[in-house]
Design a protein around this ligand. Structure first.
Ligand SMILES: [Zn+2]
Length: 284
C-alpha cells in the first residue's frame, strides 16, 4: 500500500465472502490500524454453510456414536459462534468495526439486495482503500483457476457496488464515492502474479492465534502453526522476509516517480548472510 503521498489516515474497507477470509490480509490490517488508519471488516455471509467440519465428521459416525451437542446445533447457533470468532479475530488486529451481512453462503449469489447492501457500506465508510475477493475466473494463461463460488460472487457484487456508488443517482442527493485503490489478497493468486508483499513478521503470532480462534472450523493449534508457516511463511520466503502477505492491485498505480522501497535498497547492498537470517527471523 503506497502511502508516501498522503499524510491523512486511510480508511480501509475489507469485504470478503466468509468470516475466515479476513485472515488472509489480517496482518496488513493490523499494521494499518496500529498506524492510525481505520479498518472496517465485512463478511458477506455468516459462513454457516462453510467449514462446519465437526458436523461433517459427526455425521460420518453411526447415529448412536454422534455427539448430540454438535448434531443438534442449529444453523443460528453455529452462526453465533462464528460471529464471535470473527469479532475476536478482528480485535487481535485492532479492527472493531466488524459487519456480518447474513446473506446465505454455499451458495452465495450476487443479488440486487447484496449489491445494494455493499453500496451503502461504501457510502457509510467512504473508504480510500478496498481489499476484497479477486474478480478473475482465469489465470494469466487463460486457464480456469476457480470454480464459480461464494468468493467470486462476492467479488462481482463488490465491483458492481463500487461502480454504482461512484455514479450519481437520479432523484437522490447521495454524495457519490469513488474508492481510490483496490487490492486482492495474494492467497487467491499464483506466486508469479503477486504485485507486492507486506512484511507481517511482527504479526505472525497473531495470524496463528487467529487460526486457532476459528476453532468452529475444526482448527487445532498444530494446524494453525502449519497453515501460517506454509502460507504467510511461503510468501515471506518469496519476499525475502520471515512472513508476508501478498497483494495484487486492481489497477496500476500512478506514482510521482519510480519508487524503490527502503527494503529493496537494503537488500541490494547488504551481505547475503543477512538475507538468509531475515527469512529465518534472526534479523529484523
Ligand atoms: Zn471463504
Amino acid at each position: 500500500m503506497t502511502q508516501e503521498s498522503t499524510e491523512q489516515p486511510l480508511r480501509i474497507l475489507v469485504v470478503m465472502a466468509h468470516p475466515h477470509d479476513f485472515t488472509h490480509c489480517a496482518g496488513t490490517c493490523g499494521i494499518h490500524s496500529a498506524g492510525g488508519d481505520t479498518v472496517t471488516a465485512v463478511s458477506m455471509t455468516n459462513g454457516v454453510g462453510t467449514h462446519n467440519e465437526r458436523l461433517h465428521d459427526e455425521l460420518l459416525k453411526p447415529e448412536e456414536d454422534q455427539d448430540a451437542s454438535i448434531v443438534n446445533q442449529t444453523g443460528e447457533a453455529y452462526a453465533e459462534v462464528k460471529e464471535r470468532e470473527f469479532r475476536d479475530v478482528c480485535a487481535l488486529f485492532g479492527v472493531s468495526d466488524v459487519r456480518i451481512l447474513a446473506f446465505p453462503d454455499k451458495p452465495f449469489r450476487k443479488t440486487a439486495e447484496a449489491v445494494e447492501a455493499l453500496r451503502h457500506i461504501i457510502y457509510d465508510v467512504r473508504p480510500h482503500v478496498l481489499i476484497t475477493q479477486r474478480p478473475y475466473l482465469h489465470g494469466r494463461q487463460g486457464m480456469v483457476t476457480a470454480a464459480h463460488n461464494d468468493h467470486d460472487e462476492t467479488a462481482f457484487a463488490m465491483l458492481e457496488a463500487q461502480s454504482l456508488a461512484s455514479a450519481p443517482d437520479y432523484g437522490s442527493r447521495q454524495r457519490p464515492h469513488t474508492i481510490a485503490a483496490a487490492y486482492y489478497p495474494g492467497v487467491y493468486f499464483m506466486p508469479d502474479e503477486i504485485d507486492f508483499y507486506v512484511d507481517i513478521s511482527e504479526w505472525k503470532d497473531k495470524r496463528i492465534q487467529a487460526e486457532i480462534l476459528f476453532s468452529s472450523q475444526g482448527h487445532t493449534e498444530a494446524f494453525a502453526h502449519k497453515r501460517i508457516e506454509i502460507s504467510a511463511g511461503h510468501m515471506g520466503w518469496s519476499a525475502g522476509r520471515e512472513y508476508a502477505e501478498g497483494f495484487v492491485r486492481a489497477n496500476a498505480e500512478v506514482l510521482p516517480r519510480i519508487i524503490v522501497p527502503e527494503s529493496a535498497l537494503v537488500r541490494a547492498s547488504e551481505p547475503r548472510e543477512n538475507y538468509l537470517k531475515r527469512i529465518a527471523g534472526e534479523l529484523k
